[in-house]
Design a protein around this ligand. Structure first.
Ligand code: SF4
Length: 61
């Protein structure tokens, strides 16, 4: 399952980076998926990060 961060929604809280630093990173003050890690959507920690993102910016599909 593919992960992406909607830049229109993300406001850079950094919670996704804190929760799953192997998948998410900070780029110019916003959350982003580390290049090459877009397929990590089956990781339950990624699902939790998506559910807990305060702006619902993380998309897993
Ligand atoms: S948790 Fe959500 S709002 Fe915060 S940096 Fe990550 S994607 Fe952006």
């Amino acid at each position: 399952m593919k992960i992406s961060v909607d830049p229109e929604r993300c406001y850079g809280s950094g919670e996704c980076v804190y929760r799953v630093p192997s998948v998410f990173t900070e780029a110019d003050g916003f959350g982003a998926v580390i290049p090459g890690r877009e397929d990590a959507g089956d990781d339950p920690r990624v699902r939790e990060a998506a559910e807990r993102c305060p702006s619902q910016a993380i998309v897993v599909r």
